[in-house]
Structures are given as C-alpha cells and as structure tokens.
Write a protein that binds this ligand. Structure first.
Ligand code: PLP
Length: 455
C-alpha cells in the first residue's frame, strides 16, 4: 500500500536535494507508472508531467522502441568496457551518430551522467592546455546560480550558494561571474538599457573577469545556452555572439552545457545552434536516452580532440560505464524516434511557438510578473505586485506554495525560487499544452488566493 511504500522510503531512502524531516512528515508521493506525458501515483491519480521527469523524458513515457532496444542489447551483450582497446557496436554507432548531428564535432567521450561529463570537461581542458605548453591556464569561469551537477567538481562549476555552503566548495581554480539575469534586465530597463544592450553588458562581465585574472590563466568558460535549473534564464540575442567573440579574442575554450538544452528542447538539436554559438566542447546527458537509462558525455571539438589524440598519449580518465552498450543502444533508439516523429522541427515550428502564445495569456494574471520561454522550456515569474515587479517576502516560499497547488491539480511544475518552470516532454501536442496551461492557471489562481489571504 502507499503507506507501506512511504514508511520504507523514509526508513531507508536518502533522497537527493530533500529535507528529510519535511518529507517524513508528509510521506513521499509514490509514482508507479507513466504513459506519454502523464505519470500515475500509487493512489491512481493521473499527473501531467510538465517537467519531463527532471528535464529528460523527451520522447515521453512508455515508448516500446526504447524498451525493446534495451532488452535486445541486454540479451546480446549487457556490458563490456572500452578500456582494453576494446569497443562495442552500440557505442561505436552512437559516437558516429552524434558526430552526424553535432556540426563541427567528430569525437565523443562517454560518461553515465551530466555531472561526470562536466568533471570530464575540466580534465579535458586542463589536459589540452598542458599539451599546448600553457599549463598555467587552469581557471574555469562559470556563472552564479548555474547548476552543472553534484560531484565535487561539477558542484564547484555550478554557482549555487546553498550547495557551496555545504562541503567547502568550490574547489580551487573555478570562479564565477554574474548570470544574464531576468531581474537584472528589469534593472537594466530601468537604467534605459534595451534587452540587446543588456545582453552585451552581461557578456562583458566575462571579459572583465578574464582581464582581472589575466587571460593567460583562463582555460575555459562554461555555461548553458539557456540556464535551466537556475530558473530558465533566456538570454538576449546579443549575449551568445558576444560571449563567442570574447572567448575567441582571449583564446579561452567555450564549453556549452547542453544537458537540458540538447536533443531538441530549444527547437534545434543543440541549444548552442539556437543561439548561434560555436562551442569547443558540449556536455550532454538526460535527453540522449530520454532518461530511460543513465548516459552522458562530452562532444569534443577538433581543436581539443586533435591535440589530445596526436600529442596526448594516454588520457588518464574514464568510467567503467563509458560507452555502456545498453545505454548506447537505448540512445540510438531514442534518436531514431526523435527523428521519426520530427520532434526537433515540431518544437521549433509548432509546439514551442504555441506554448509561448499560451504563456503570454498569463501576463494579465494578478500574480504573474513575467514569462520567458525558449522552445519547450519556460518560466513564469511570480510577483507580489506585477506592475512594479515587487517580489514576495522569501519567508512566503511562494514557489513552493504554487508547486503544492500544482500537485493538487494533477500537474508537476518545478519551483526555482519565485519562478515556476515547465519543460514538458517534446511529444506534447497543442491540445495537451492547452490542458497543461489550464492546470497552470488553476494553480496560479489558488496560489494568488492563498497569498492574498495570508496578507
Ligand atoms: N548540467 C546541467 C545543465 C544540468 O541541468 C544537470 C542536471 O540537472 C547536470 C549538468 C548534471 O547532470 P546529472 O544529474 O546527470 O549528473
């Protein structure tokens, strides 16, 4: 029964990013199955999963092609490593396939997660500069409020203050600049800056930091095309081209973390294509298998790959599951399905614009201070006073209030502070977007009523 699941869960399972006392008081919601864009809990309630699990179930739940691919590969060869000058057909085929959909990239390094892939990035760029005879280029610049994973190094790349406060992060050699905030744009607007001006200003913070550190010490800059877990911060069109110019001017490698933005989320295979940047390395995970099995990795551009291959000797880095054959077989089936269903184009031309249009209708809601979206990822900013943009008192934890009302209405939305996030499976239809937005509106109504009642 649900009670038994909950009791065993709180007795034994330490959840990621969870306050366990709060969880024990309520009991975990037990999710038992999924189909399309919906999941069901152990009490039989249907829930519209507007977060694609955790930004990953791009082709939706219950796709037989992915299940069959896993089973076939498990029966043929469930595991073999890639360490002993050995390889497996699914890993080779996936590497070749990825090179085909990532313009300018011919090589890939596999991991099992985005966190491990970002650790790999750090190892790769430092190794590159060693081999280039510039070992003093060690520093990696990242952005505040970014999430790049949970290992010591990936959590250090991320700029989450709450994470850094636990465990003595960041590790040395990682520094942070400000993100291209939505609120800062509001501030910028108050100072007479256009959105494009603000994009250039936000990019200039990278150059300021490079000059402060001395470009001869900076190895790379890492960022997501659209900052995801940081609140779906969609940058101005001027931001990425200017970042690209700055990296080129100072010889700094550019790493695009595509863990959320990759595989169609922004309406192109890669978020960097949507924003016109040309990264040297790209991190991926999540959507590569639609979350059905764990897989991640780094697309390694020729500038780095050639040096590593021709001058590097043995690269002292790798994971037991680098190129796991079952994960790679599922990824191939997933990419086939994305292509067969035309999901990338559908997000760009149909469902992405449709979502943007529906979101715009929320602008006049008394608790909505603004909306932002890119393809099928979007944020709704909650505001105490939308006209002035005044924020709620943090003690209200208004995002968590809204998340609770979403759950009560059969909808999963994520709260990032006062920003409510949607990133539904890419198979969602226009009709289902309408259904989702109806639920969003009901949850916002209830949140507004509760906020008003509590003054
Ligand atoms: N990078 C980004 C942008 C992410 O959003 C995440 C996870 O949410 C990661 C890296 C870490 O990926 P994983 O949880 O697979 O380690």
């Amino acid at each position: 029964s649900t009670r038994e699941w909950q009791a065993a869960d709180s007795a034994h399972f330490l959840h990621p990013f969870t306050d366990h006392q709060a969880l024990a008081a309520k009991g975990a919601r037990v999710i038992t199955r999924g189909e399309g864009i919906y999941v069901w809990d152990s009490e039989g309630h249907r829930i519209l999963d507007a977060m694609s699990g955790l930004w990953c179930v791009n082709v939706g739940y219950g796709q037989p092609a992915l299940e069959d691919a896993a089973l076939r590969q498990m029966r043929t060869l469930p595991f073999y490593n890639a360490f002993f000058q050995t390889t497996t057909p699914p890993a080779v085929m996936l590497a070749e396939r990825l090179a085909g959909i990532a313009p300018g990239f011919k090589h890939v390094f596999f991991s099992s997660s985005g966190s491990e892939a970002n650790d790999t990035n750090i190892r790769l760029v430092r190794r590159y500069w060693d081999l280039m005879g510039q070992p003093q280029r060690q520093v990696i610049i990242s952005r505040r409020n970014a999430y790049h994973g949970s290992t010591l190094a990936a959590a250090s790349l991320g700029g989450m203050p709450a994470m850094h406060a636990q465990g003595g992060l960041p590790i040395p050699g990682i520094v942070h600049i400000e993100q291209p905030h939505d609120w800062a744009h509001r501030e910028g607007a108050a100072r007479g800056l256009t959105r494009d001006d603000f994009g250039r200003l936000a990019a200039s913070w990278l150059e300021d930091k490079i000059l402060e550190l001395g470009s001869e010490t900076v190895a790379a800059f890492i960022a997501e095309p659209v900052q995801g877990a940081g609140g779906v911060i969609v940058p101005a069109d001027t931001y990425w081209p200017e970042v690209q110019r700055i990296c080129e001017r100072h010889g700094v490698l550019l790493i695009s973390d595509e863990v959320i933005c990759g595989f169609g989320r922004t309406g192109q295979w890669w978020g960097s294509q949507t924003f016109g940047s040309r990264p040297d390395l790209m991190t991926f995970a999540k959507g590569i298998t639609s979350g059905y099995v764990p897989l991640g990795g780094v697309m390694v551009g020729e500038r780095v790959a050639q040096v590593l291959i021709e001058r590097g000797g043995e690269f002292e880095h790798g994971y037991t599951y680098s190129g796991h054959p079952v994960a790679c077989a599922v990824a191939l089936a997933n990419l086939d399905l994305i292509e067969q269903l035309g999901l990338v184009q559908r997000v760009r031309e149909d469902t992405g614009p449709w979502l943007a249009r529906q979101l715009a209708t929320l602008q006049d809601h008394p608790i909505v201070g603004g909306v932002q979206s890119c393809g099928l990822m979007a944020a709704v900013q909650l505001s105490r006073e939308p006209r002035t943009g005044a924020a709620f008192d943090p003690a209200h934890a208004i995002g968590m209030v809204c998340r609770r009302h979403c759950f009560d209405h059969g909808l999963v939305m994520r709260a990032v502070g006062d920003r409510m996030i949607v990133a539904p499976p890419l198979v969602i239809t226009r009709e289902q977007i309408d259904e989702m937005m109806g639920l969003v509106r009901q949850a916002l109504d209830r949140t507004w009523e509760e906020a008003r009642a509590s003054g």
